[in-house]
Design a protein around this ligand. Structure first.
Ligand code: ZN
Length: 114
């Protein structure tokens, strides 16, 4: 469990994410302790279920956040690769295509001097 926490910290480098994981752990442990202190097996079972549900929701939230980060980073990479490749806008049909091409792949327009 602790290893997972450190992996998340290392991989995502996201304080909020780590906070959510730690919070879910604390949530579960506090319910476990409360159930244990009550001395009743029914309250203990009920508190474990509460703890697991609450902790599970927090972990799910952390997953959603990390998923969004991943999507954002992928989109950023895509944008970056487009810039690197050097896209130009066709003056004839106004569509974007790679600058390396001699002519527009959509309307076959050939820029002057090529
Ligand atoms: Zn064109």
């Amino acid at each position: 469990m602790l290893v997972t926490y450190f992996r998340v910290l290392e991989k995502e480098n996201n304080v909020l994410l780590l906070f959510l994981y730690v919070l879910s752990g604390l949530f579960f442990v506090s319910f476990l302790i409360m159930g244990w202190m009550s001395g009743s097996i029914f309250i203990l079972v009920r508190d474990i279920i509460f703890g697991l549900t609450g902790g599970g929701i927090l972990i799910a939230l952390a997953y959603i956040i990390s998923g969004q980060d991943w999507i954002m980073s992928q989109m950023y990479k895509l944008e970056e690769s487009n810039v690197k490749k050097g896209y130009i806008t066709c003056p004839e049909c106004e569509k974007k295509y790679e600058a390396e091409r001699n002519s527009c792949p959509y309307c076959a327009y050939r820029p002057k001097g090529r």
